[in-house]
Design a protein around this ligand. Structure first.
Ligand code: HEC
Length: 141
């Protein structure tokens, strides 16, 4: 039972990491597309394997990583109560400066992945925007 439910996110994780590294043709990547207007839907598809469905960092793939995925529900609390929207956006896009500051090597570069899903730049921006808004909505007080 447990094995069965774990298999899907881990398989998708492998696909997304391959995509980040090799930038292959999107047709060869099964779990690629999602609704760009749904921050929650994208979070479940792309982020929950590592960060967990509740975004607290305990997704099924988390133990395979060297670094623990960040608890994304306390970003505001860690930043004097203000949600760090720009930093979160940069980290998701894979901004090299933001990544260096956070030592982010294990997290896929979503900016590249989203650009490979659609040649329309505004759709990639919409994806990032809706993901950031969704994460903001999860902040605990
Ligand atoms: C392969 C596993 C993995 C996936 C998939 C993943 N992350 Fe991460 N993420 C991490 C790890 C590990 C860290 C923390 C350590 C680091 O910086 O590498 C992290 C850190 C972050 C941070 C930094 C928080 C901070 O300021 O300290 C944000 C924001 C984030 N992830 C958002 C996302 C979003 C949004 C998605 C989906 C689009 C996602 N992550 C998918 C592994 C992952």
């Amino acid at each position: 039972m447990l094995r069965r439910t774990l298999a899907i996110p881990i398989l998708f994780l492998a696909a997304s990491l391959g995509l980040a590294q090799n930038k292959p043709n999107i047709k060869s990547v099964p779990a690629g597309q999602s609704d760009p207007t749904s921050g929650k839907g994208m979070f479940v598809s792309y982020c929950a394997a590592c960060h967990g469905k509740d975004a607290k960092g305990a997704g099924p793939a988390a133990q395979a990583l060297r670094k623990t995925p960040t608890d994304l529900t306390i970003l505001a609390r860690k930043n004097s109560g203000k949600f760090p929207a720009v930093a979160v956006k940069n980290i998701i896009m894979g901004d090299p400066l933001a990544s260096a500051a956070h030592g982010s090597k294990e997290m896929p570069v979503w900016g590249d992945i989203f650009r490979s899903l659609s040649s329309n730049e505004s759709i990639s921006k919409m994806r990032i925007h809706n993901l950031v808004s969704y994460i903001e909505s999860l902040q605990s007080k």
